[in-house]
Design a protein around this ligand. Structure first.
Ligand SMILES: [Ca+2]
Length: 435
């Protein structure tokens, strides 16, 4: 699922919501009639967009926003949205400044993967997940049989996406997506999602009032974006509606299993197993791009943490989420299926590990390098700039350590005769600064 980071201070969000309320004009804007919407193409271009980061009065933003909705109508219509759907969907919709404040809040600080996993796979989340397995045995077994996805994996995604339905989000989806589409940062993406959301309303799966979710447009128990809903949502209750929003999680969980199945989930295979690397392991062979059969890894001395051989699960790769000094994993095809849901390695590991714990498998055995602090995004940008300047391109400077940056680090480490584990920490940055 394509999703935005939704971390943010609840306190700050509450304060911003309060300011927003104070700035709101009394009453809601009247809904433009479809006739006026049809004239929209003849409207003059809107004024240059206000600088939203300077927190302009909301009424100004909302005026431009209402004009944008008028301009958007013919584009929606050309993609099959009917006027009745459009008007019902946009009834009372206002520019949502809170959505933009969340979108702009890219924290300078990020969590280390072990801090993320501590929270994501906490004792409380494991316990609640076990309670959910006991609460819905018939439903979960039916989903497992129909889609071929283990119930613990479906429940793990549920636990991470909405704390088992506890935090599904209460932001009206049309307003959130329209605000993001109007705002322009990734506007084309959000406009496309907005059209898909209108099509969901048109199909009758949910009412405009009932279509709610996160500020970034992710909806229901397992936080589907509208485009994913249209491709993968299913009606397992048989009432003719794919209802991922209501308290009953049946359709949402079946839809999640369908999503994983359609992204290649293989029942009976693990997402990963924790392994022990031999002394003298060639770290240049680590990373998701180097796939080998289990037998080939076995010949190189790779074993389960217990010392036993890794069972024949097919092709796998060695993942070192915290470099050579942290735990090592052999990841398999199911890792990629979870990654289709959310591409962050930390997310995939959290889903995978939570599902393992729900199935009664043990905690991660090796210890994390907990003394390492997370790099700030300014430091990550500096790291990327220095690697690129040294001839090891990171394919852009975005302040995020993704696959290209990890590859560049590994090549730089190899060229310097260092252990090429691709791990970015302060020690690596110090070495890069040292020339
Ligand atoms: Ca249903």
């Amino acid at each position: 699922m394509i999703r935005y980071s939704e971390q943010g201070s609840h306190m700050r969000r509450a304060l911003f919501a309060l300011l927003t309320c104070l700035a709101l004009p009394m009453g809601l804007q009247p809904l433009p009639a479809s006739e006026s919407l049809l004239q929209a193409a003849a409207w003059p271009r809107p004024m240059p967009r206000p600088d939203l980061s300077a927190r302009v009065p909301l009424a100004v933003s909302n005026l431009g926003f209402q004009r944008w909705i008028q301009e958007f109508w013919p584009r929606a219509q050309s993609q099959g949205v009917r006027a009745q759907t459009f008007n019902a969907g946009f009834a009372g919709v206002q520019y949502n400044a809170d959505v933009i404040s969340n979108d702009r809040n890219q924290s300078e600080f990020s969590k280390q993967i072990w801090e993320y996993l501590d929270g994501a796979v906490s004792a409380g989340r494991i316990k609640t997940g076990q309670a959910m397995l006991r609460k819905y045995p018939t439903l979960l077994n039916r989903i497992e049989q129909r889609y071929g996805v283990e119930k613990e994996v479906v429940v793990a995604i549920w636990g991470l996406e909405s704390s088992y339905g506890g935090y599904r989000g209460n932001t009206p989806t049309i307003g959130a997506l329209a605000t993001l589409a109007y705002d322009g940062r990734r506007g084309a993406f959000f406009e496309s999602e907005l059209v898909q959301a209108l099509k969901i309303l048109q199909a009758g799966d949910v009412s405009p009032r009932g279509m709610r979710g996160s500020w970034a447009g992710a909806m229901g128990h397992t936080q589907f974006m509208p485009s994913s809903f249209l491709k993968y949502a299913v009606d397992i209750t048989g009432d003719g509606r794919r209802d991922i929003w209501s308290d009953d999680p049946s359709d949402a969980l079946a839809s999640t299993a369908n999503y994983l199945a359609r992204h290649g989930w293989k029942k009976g295979k693990p997402w990963a197993v924790e392994v022990r690397l031999p002394k003298g392991f060639d770290f240049a062979q680590s990373g998701p791009e180097t796939q080998k059969n289990v037998a080939a890894w076995h010949r190189m001395g790779v074993r389960l943490v217990s010392g036993q051989p890794v069972p024949k699960y097919g092709r796998g790769a060695i993942l070192l989420p915290a470099g050579a000094r942290g735990p090592a994993f052999m990841i398999f095809a199911n890792f990629e299926a979870i990654k289709a849901y959310n591409s962050s390695t930390a997310y995939v590991m959290a889903v995978g590990h939570l599902s393992d714990r729900l199935a009664g498998r043990p905690a991660i055995q090796a210890s994390w390098p907990r003394g390492d602090r997370a790099l700030r995004s300014s430091e990550k940008r500096e790291l990327q700039e220095r690697l690129t300047a040294a001839g090891f391109s990171t394919n852009g400077i975005d302040g995020k350590v993704g696959p290209d940056t990890i590859k560049a680090i590994k090549r730089w480490q190899s060229a310097r005769g260092l252990l090429p584990d691709g791990y970015a920490n302060t020690a690596l940055l110090q070495r890069l600064r040292g020339g």
